[in-house]
Ligand binder design. Structure first.
Ligand code: CAA
Length: 261
């Protein structure tokens, strides 16, 4: 197994891969080498025959306290522009076609909040500390926060959060639809995230990939096109073995044994 400096990688449950951000001295601030390692790890989970769903977490104290401010401070416009600074973060949403569950405890600020928003399912602790504080640094969110947070909470609330830089709790994240579920402790959070990933990993890989693909399309397409896209892929799955296996098992009151074909 490859060794990493800023992350840890494991397979804690059958079918489940885990990436743990591990830069404790900087509260998991997301420096460029960390993002490069994260992308490498996700690509290797994508290629792995044993991993079917992935959990992304940080520590109890910090999921991630943002992009690395010390790295960004001296950047000039032309350096940021010509090197497409931050663009590689988007690989997170394209490198992995398997579902990604973010388990957020502690700080998820700036780029940390944006990273969590890129996950397919976001779980958090009640006391998690989310926010887009970039305005306090004289800048704006740069890793999709203004777009994904606005889609999640609506325009007025997103404006308030991004223009004031005020943080919001895990409780609020769940109430506003940013988080799918909220947990009372870090232990419960990890149990919940790994359990959900394990559940997903127990289904047909073909159907799971298709399900993720169609939900993501809802973020990009107008409703009519999205519904049509879904129907096309639904039709396509009649060509999979697992659709036959799943429906036959239901009729025979048996557990489906997926072929993943
Ligand atoms: N970048 C670099 N270093 C960071 C960091 C960041 N985003 N966040 C924390 N650290 C470092 C601190 O500098 C400190 O290092 P030293 O011990 O060497 O001084 C260490 O992590 C511990 O941090 P604190 O001592 O500040 O810990 P705290 O518990 O007192 O405060 C905190 C925690 C409220 C999260 C505070 O660290 C903080 O406000 N961090 C910055 C949050 C932020 O503004 N994030 C947005 C960044 S901009 C961005 O992300 C752009 C984008 O959209 C892509």
């Amino acid at each position: 197994r490859r060794s990493y400096e800023y992350i840890e990688v494991s397979e804690p449950r059958p079918g489940v891969g885990q990436v743990t951000l591990n830069r404790p001295k900087a509260l998991n601030a997301l420096c460029s080498p960390l993002i490069a390692e994260l992308n490498t790890a996700l690509r290797s989970f994508q290629a792995s025959p044993t991993v079917a769903a992935v959990v992304l977490t940080g520590s109890e104290r910090a999921f991630a306290a943002g992009a690395d401010i010390k790295e960004m401070a001296p950047l000039t416009f032309s350096e940021a522009y010509t090197n497409s600074f931050i663009e590689s973060w988007s690989e997170l949403t394209t490198a992995l076609k398997k579902p990604l569950v973010a388990a957020v405890s502690g700080h998820a600020l700036g780029g940390g909040c944006e990273l969590a928003l890129m996950a397919d399912v976001l779980y958090c602790t009640a006391s998690a500390n989310f926010g887009q504080p970039e305005i306090r640094l004289g800048t704006i969110p740069g890793a999709g926060g203004s777009q994904r947070l606005t889609r999640a909470v609506g325009k007025s609330k997103a404006m308030e959060l991004i223009l004031t830089g005020k943080s919001f709790s895990g409780e609020e994240a769940e109430r506003w639809g940013v988080a799918a579920r909220v947990f009372p402790s870090y232990e419960a959070l990890m149990e919940g995230a790994l359990g959900t990933a394990e559940t997903i990993a127990g289904y047909s890989k073909v159907a799971v990939q298709a399900a993720k693909e169609v939900v993501n399309k809802s973020q990009d397409l107008p409703l009519r096109d999205g519904v049509e896209y879904e129907r096309r892929l639904f039709h396509a799955l009649f060509g999979s073995q697992d659709q036959k296996i799943g429906m036959k098992a239901f009729a025979e009151k048996k557990k489906a044994e997926w072929s993943h074909q």
